[in-house]
Design a protein around this ligand. Structure first.
Ligand SMILES: C[S@@+](CC[C@H](N)C(=O)[O-])C[C@H]1O[C@@H](n2cnc3c(N)ncnc32)[C@H](O)[C@@H]1O
Length: 296
């Protein structure tokens, strides 16, 4: 039987975001665990509540919430990817907690399948970034609509404007000055590919998020913005570097290099870049926003 082809969201969350490589996946989780803890902390969950996790993906936040909610608490996993909802459902069955989870296909910008004033808290991580600017605002209206009076929302989003676009001599944090013309060709693939499908990743910042929340009617709102420039990279090997893509909407580095460069050029690019990747010689630029608040 032919293997089922997963949608682009599931392919990225379950594989291309970490190259299907266990060490790279662990590096990703090392970054994500403290983020999950803060998102959940900011949601101020108490036992017995009902949480809606928007764009639940593989359940990073949603599964993490179940302990805090205790045996009588429940989580709605919502996503637009049926493949990821199916994945979460099988995992919940395996873990013996299926009865405390529900799986709902609905888009973050309207949450049409969720009733008004029906949940105690809404969480979301790295989901709004995939909505166009006006739909980001719509999502906050939807959060407000589905929350009970006194309900809380807690959001984490990367603020990609901080590190993008990279200057010509930098490629994913690595100094590519000696092969700048090759790096430029590879970057061109992303630009073309774009047709701007990933323009949503850079069309907002932390202050926009704050404004969206206020416009939606939330009363007490807190924003924590963090920016960091540090030496190092999160890539754990050359292959993991090649087979990862920065987000679900763009090619992996290997695909982009193959499309942009001749085999000879690709060899020259690798000769320069590979030792830097293997030594972890890069500069990491990262900014993020934690936003949380209350309805009424
Ligand atoms: C980067 S993943 C984050 C997954 C999860 N929130 C986490 O913390 O690991 C982005 C998720 O957003 C989902 N997504 C993308 N567009 C969406 C939309 N319009 N409505 C709901 N979910 C969406 C994707 O299917 C994917 O699960």
């Amino acid at each position: 039987m032919a293997e089922k082809v997963q949608d682009k969201w599931a392919r990225w969350v379950l594989e291309r975001g970490h190259a299907g490589d266990p060490m790279q996946e662990e590096a990703k989780l090392e970054f994500l665990r403290p983020v999950r803890a803060r998102v959940l902390d900011n949601a101020h969950l108490t036992p017995g509540e009902l949480l809606l996790d928007v764009g639940a993906g593989d359940g990073l936040i949603a599964f993490g919430a179940l302990d805090l909610l205790g045996p009588s608490g429940n989580v709605i996993f919502s996503d637009i990817s049926q493949d990821l909802l199916d994945y979460g459902q099988s995992l919940a069955e395996e873990l013996g907690i299926r009865d405390r989870c529900s799986f709902v296909r609905t888009s973050a910008d309207d949450l049409a399948a969720i009733d008004d004033s029906s949940v105690d808290a809404v969480t979301t991580r790295s989901v709004l970034i995939y909505l166009s600017f006006p739909r980001k605002q719509d999502a906050f209206h939807a959060f407000h609509r589905v929350l009970k009076p006194g309900g809380r929302f807690s959001v984490y989003e990367p603020i990609n404007r901080f590190g993008h676009p990279e200057p010509d001599n930098i490629f994913l944090g690595f100094d590519v000055a000696p092969v700048m013309e090759l790096a430029r060709k590879v970057k061109e693939i992303y630009r073309k590919d774009d047709d701007k499908p990933d323009a949503t990743l850079v069309d907002f910042d932390d202050r926009d998020l704050l404004e969206f929340a206020e416009n939606a009617g939330f009363s007490s709102i807190h924003l924590q913005y963090e920016a960091e420039i540090s030496p190092g990279t999160w890539f754990t090997s050359w292959d993991a570097f090649l087979d990862t893509s920065g987000n679900p909407l763009i090619p992996t580095q290997r695909e982009a290099i193959q499309r942009a460069l001749t085999p000879q050029e690709a060899e020259r690019f690798e000769a320069h870049l590979r030792p830097l990747v293997e030594r972890g010689e890069a500069t990491n630029r990262l900014a993020s926003a934690y936003l949380f608040g209350r309805k009424g």
